[in-house]
Design a protein around this ligand. Structure first.
Ligand code: ADP
Ligand code: MG
Length: 561
């Protein structure tokens, strides 16, 4: 087949401009991104080869090579990983055929600091080559296939595709540097970038050995290669040997994020199941948090061989933002995805990892309040789902939740259930809350009047997920949760004798009025009562304790039920 010219998708064009603009101040990350892809490609090959060993083609030593040519002004990154077929090149390098593309573009702000993390999350690592290159040539052959494909582009809207020969499998990327980027044509510079960003990569990243000098000081270039990185999987190292910087760079690689993580948990677990977990909580919610076809999740390895990346099997839905690695010592290497889907062993690893993440979040809550506020802002709504989803950990998850409250209405979601319990009024044995469509509606509800008067705190719940939360959580720490809009409110313990007497009298005096109202409303109501709920408003609607709340009824109606 001869050379073809194809056009980038419009989105790719837009993205390229944006990316160059947003990331230029940190341009050296192009190497991190290309090395990260090369490492992923080797991971994929290693997994495929557990089923088809001949994919190795006699070359089982997976590695990444980085070299440069001062005269040609090029940098080359080559791997012997899985490679790409022609169709894969078109699908992965020329288009962004991903769910969430629209949302992604709608979230871009034009502010490069804000946009750069989004760009990273979206998985446009490859295009970062164009920050420093004005032409990129990618030559790739998929393991097991004969034909290789060459892709070339100046990053200006078009690319060419050509069928070529390539001896070894895998991908080679040649960057033709832009004018003024010659600082990268330097052994020391490239090595230091690799050490800084890619030391955690588990395969060797090879570069030519440094030149030696003869007696007269003449350079004798070396033809040998040497590894620039430590070349062992980061999570297998002991904690004391890993710096925070290394954890952070590792996170960026596994999570495809450009930002630092908020927190992480690293542990080796021994017992019925033996595994290592290194799990991270990101700083920002990904744009596809609510997308069913989310791309990323936690990566499962078996004895350091990558098996799969999964967003459901390894973490429950309400922890779907967690990223990282679980490496099992016990699972069989040649398992299929299908078998893993039903594996009890995987379930028990998941249970253990969920506990680790909950502990990590509790630690954040108790010891890093500012960071926890950031976390709650980004992931609070998702965590709330957990109260209904994860029965076994319901109480712990409820303890992580933060709500708005009448204690400080302007503060937003800052009150935990434990905070609330710490402020109970003398004689109070319930946790009071109100649900509504919006925070404003909750705050203005007449149901709150009596609570305000008596100085009893009420939680203000206005997220959609809150209805599910309170219907799943009957009590917390032994105290019942009670809607202020449901049933007979018994607040007698907060009343003095005079008040009680006054109310009894009122009820007696109003008997006839009640009968008259009941008669007028007929079937529309179950009962009409004299209430102590209100101080200013004349009347309010109340549902029975076991009935659906008025708010839930509205939600279901709006969902067409
Ligand atoms: P991400 O790594 O987040 O998926 P990238 O833009 O970095 O996004 O890469 C896009 C895709 O291109 C990868 O998911 C992969 O399918 C493919 N790809 C990139 N580099 C390589 C490589 N060296 N070998 C094989 N496939 C690659
Ligand atoms: Mg990438």
């Amino acid at each position: 087949m001869s050379k073809e010219t194809l056009g980038f998708q419009t989105e790719v064009k837009q993205l390229l401009q944006l990316m160059i603009h947003s990331l230029y101040s940190n341009k050296e990350i192009f190497l991190r991104e290309l090395v990260s892809n090369a490492s992923d490609a080797c991971d994929k090959l290693r997994f495929a080869a557990t089923q088809h060993a001949d994919l190795y083609e006699g070359d089982g030593e997976l590695q990444i090579k980085v070299s440069f040519d001062k005269d040609a002004r090029t940098i080359t990154i080559a791997d012997n990983g899985i490679g790409m077929s022609r169709d894969e090149v078109v699908a992965h390098i020329g288009t962004i055929a991903r769910s969430g593309t629209k949302e992604f573009f709608s979230q871009l702000t034009g502010d490069s600091a804000k946009d750069s993390h989004l760009i990273g999350q979206f998985g446009v690592g490859f295009y970062s080559a164009f920050i420093i290159a004005d032409k990129v040539t990618l030559t790739t052959r998929r393991a097991g296939e004969k034909e290789a494909t060459q892709w070339e582009s100046a990053g200006d809207g078009e690319y060419t595709l050509e069928q070529v020969d390539k001896a070894g499998r895998g991908t080679e990327i040649v960057l033709h540097l832009k004018e003024g980027e010659d600082e990268f044509l330097n052994d020391w510079r490239l090595r230091s970038i690799i050490t800084k960003y890619s030391d955690h990569i588990s395969l060797p990243i090879l570069m030519q050995k440094r030149a030696e000098y003869d007696d007269e000081g003449k350079e004798i270039p070396s033809t040998e290669l040497e590894a620039v990185n430590q070349a062992n999987a980061l999570w297998t190292r002991s904690k004391s040997e890993i710096s925070d910087e290394q954890y952070k760079e590792f996170y960026k690689h596994v999570a495809h994020d450009f930002e630092d993580p908020l927190a992480w948990s690293h542990a080796r677990i021994e017992g019925r199941q033996e595994y290592t977990e290194l799990l991270f909580v990101p700083k920002r919610a990904p744009f596809d948090l609510y997308d069913r076809d989310r791309r990323h999740g936690v990566k499962l390895y078996v004895k350091r061989v990558f098996i799969m990346e999964d967003s459901e099997k390894l973490m429950p839905q309400y922890l779907r933002f967690v990223r990282g690695v679980i490496d099992s010592a016990d699972l069989p290497l040649n398992v299929s995805r299908e078998i893993l889907q039903q594996s009890r062993d995987v379930d028990s690893i998941k249970t253990g990892c969920v506990k680790k993440v909950l502990s990590l979040l509790e630690d954040l809550r108790d010891n890093r309040a500012d960071d926890y506020a950031v976390f709650w802002q980004e992931f609070g709504k998702v965590i709330k789902e957990g109260v209904g989803e994860d029965i076994a950990n319901k109480e712990r998850i409820a303890g992580l939740c933060r709500f708005a409250s009448t204690a400080d209405e302007a503060a937003g979601e800052v009150v935990g259930l434990a905070d609330y319990l710490g402020r109970l009024k003398e004689g109070q044995d319930k946790i009071y809350y109100i649900t509504a469509d919006t925070l404003a509606a909750a705050k203005n509800s007449p149901h709150l009047e009596v609570f305000r008067k008596k100085g009893i705190e009420v939680l203000l719940l206005a997220d959609r997920v809150d209805e599910w939360l309170v219907s799943s959580l009957n009590e917390f720490d032994g105290r019942k949760l009670q809607s202020v809009a449901k049933g007979e409110l018994d607040l007698s313990q907060f009343e003095d004798e005079a008040e009680k007497k006054q109310q009894e009298e009122a009820a007696n005096n109003l008997k006839d009025v009640l009968e008259a109202i009941k008669g007028a409303l007929g079937e529309q109501v179950k009962d009409v009562r004299v209430t102590h709920r209100l101080t200013d408003s004349p009347a309010c609607l109340v549902v029975e304790n076991h009935d659906m709340s008025a708010n839930l009824e509205r939600l279901l109606k709006s969902a067409g039920q």
